[in-house]
Design a protein around this ligand. Structure first.
Ligand code: GDP
Ligand code: ZN
Length: 317
């Protein structure tokens, strides 16, 4: 049996990179589909296999092509998922299903820019919730600091650092701090995420020469709308480093987080949550809410609280 890791999925074709570095097209046989069957196991996920999964497969040659037959999917250490776009998946009770975007990752690299497009802290906070809920360490990158004439990025840097997050200001264009970032990603399984135009492709090309990702394209996000198909792609840089790029997925709605849990993923709320009067407090309108008091006393930043409220509102229950 061969072993490898899923690099991309195109309809029924699952591409797997083997330990020797070659890529092979694999298929899922019926018995595996049955084993992981949605209905049988009452799973809420759309995906039997996901980008980043470690798989075992056997080889089958038909004609002049050798294909892999997936025999086993290893249990995931963790994964990043989102609510499946409405058009694809509605579960039996009309709830949106979970879609796994990337499996088995060590670090979530959230790429933003300070200008053109402007820094979007709501996006960062959504991604941080994803990171916390999937137990993946986040790293925030603010790119294009060459455009930051008024040094506004410093304000955001202090905010996120005060919570305990790592944040790095860089400029791919001026090669500022890119070496520092490089030194932090010498080993690991990374997923890169950023909204359109922030310079994610430029950054990846710079960090990993030879990738040749297309840059400077007009926002595919606005062109195709919100519900584009998942096109995460894993690139095995070398034996120690793999990168999952998410070009088709600019936006993400966290999956499976209840209104009651959400506060736990805003980690600076944690010391206050236990002091709320009601243990079911959603820190919105309830009396005796210690989180709201902390916001009023500026112990929690109002921008983070606003992100929290936005997310709270988006949770359908
Ligand atoms: P992506 O959509 O996030 O993959 O962004 P791209 O890598 O395609 O970059 C979008 C645009 O931003 C391109 O025109 C890049 O040349 C530009 N860009 C990337 N990094 C920087 C930077 O550090 N400073 C400036 N001023 N522009 C940058
Ligand atoms: Zn509360």
């Amino acid at each position: 049996m061969q072993e490898g890791r899923v690099t991309r999925i195109e309809s029924k074709d699952i591409y797997v990179i083997s330990n020797d570095g070659s890529e092979i097209r694999c298929v899922l046989p019926g018995k595996i589909k049955n084993k992981y069957s949605l209905k049988k196991n009452k799973l809420n996920t759309l995906d039997i296999v996901a980008v980043g999964d470690f798989v075992k497969y056997s080889l089958k040659t038909s004609g002049n092509e050798t294909v892999g037959i997936i025999e086993e999917i290893a249990e995931r250490n963790n994964y990043v998922s989102r609510k499946a776009p409405k058009i694809r998946g509605r579960g039996e009770k009309g709830k949106r299903l979970e879609q796994i975007v990337a499996a088995n990752v060590d670090k979530l690299i959230i790429v933003t820019s300070i200008a053109n497009p402007p820094f979007n802290n709501r996006f960062v906070d959504r991604m941080l919730v994803i990171a916390e809920s999937s137990e993946i360490e986040p790293l925030i990158i603010i790119n294009k600091i060459d455009l930051d004439e008024n040094n506004t990025s410093n304000k955001w840097k202090s905010l996120y650092e005060s919570i305990g997050y790592k944040i790095l200001e860089i400029s791919v264009k001026e090669k500022l701090n890119v070496d520092l970032l490089q030194s932090k990603i010498q080993e690991g399984k990374f997923v890169f995420w950023g909204q359109s135009g922030v310079g994610k492709s430029s950054l990846l090309n710079h960090l990993f020469p030879g990738l040749n990702l297309k840059t400077g394209e007009i926002s595919d996000y606005s062109k195709k709308g919100k519900h584009t198909t998942v096109t995460a792609k894993l690139i095995q840089i070398n034996s120690k480093v793999s990168v999952i790029d998410t070009p088709g997925i600019r936006e993400i709605e966290p999956y499976g987080i209840s209104k009651n849990d959400l506060g736990h993923y805003f980690i600076e709320f944690l010391p206050f949550i236990s002091d709320c009067k009601f243990n079911t407090c959603t820190h919105f309108h309830e009396p005796g809410c210690a989180v709201r008091t902390a916001v009023e006393q500026k112990k929690i930043h109002k921008e983070r609280y606003q992100s929290y409220l936005n997310l709270l509102q988006s949770i359908e229950e």
